[in-house]
Design a protein around this ligand. Sequence first.
Ligand code: AMP
Length: 218
Amino acid sequence: MKIVIVGMPGAGKGTHAAALRERLQIPQISTGDMLRAAVAAGAALGRKAEGYMNRGELVPDRLIVELVERRVKEADCAGGFILDGFPRTLEQARALREAGVGIDVVLELHVPDEEVIERMTGRRSHLPSGRVYHVTRNPPKVAGADDITGEPLSVRADDAEDTVRKRIVGYHAQTGPLLDYYRRLAASEPGAPRYIRVDGSGSVAASRTRVFAALGIA
Ligand code: AMP
């Protein structure tokens, strides 16, 4: 199955994409993770993307489209994949279609704005390992320290409250038209990706059950 997960930052795309990856045994392609890895490695792409990411802005389409087009053509994607965080704009969705990358399902994870703000501003990350906690929903054993290494946790630059609010405004402006596009496509064209909107609010377990059910997976 070729799945696109769309949702606000903090909606749980990454969490549900990881669960689907385990269940379906297909790769999870997270553009946010790919970009963060490029930044950490000091790669040319990372140097170009870092400023946009820290300001909570999307990186320019041309930087990301080629990266994804190359990744989905790799052998491990032949049996399907989960795109987590891409496409984020109408231009990216069109580029994917023009590149002949077929998609079976577009899954929109819907979470109200205020819940997203609460989730993201409480997030604490152990940057070297990628482990993520939440001050109330998933606290570390010792406040402010990673469970495994004891090293200090940090707030990702783009999880600061003013940046989160900016990302939400950006999401509605940039990803709204993308959702309209997929909704219209699903309604008007045979063979177009199915469009499913799932309630992603509340606990991870409850929304995972809804995601799996919507995709017809037990
Ligand atoms: P994420 O972890 O998915 O929230 O992504 C973190 C940041 O990476 C975003 O705020 C953007 O700056 C950048 N990014 C990730 N995916 C994309 C994309 N498809 N298009 C543009 N920028 C992206």
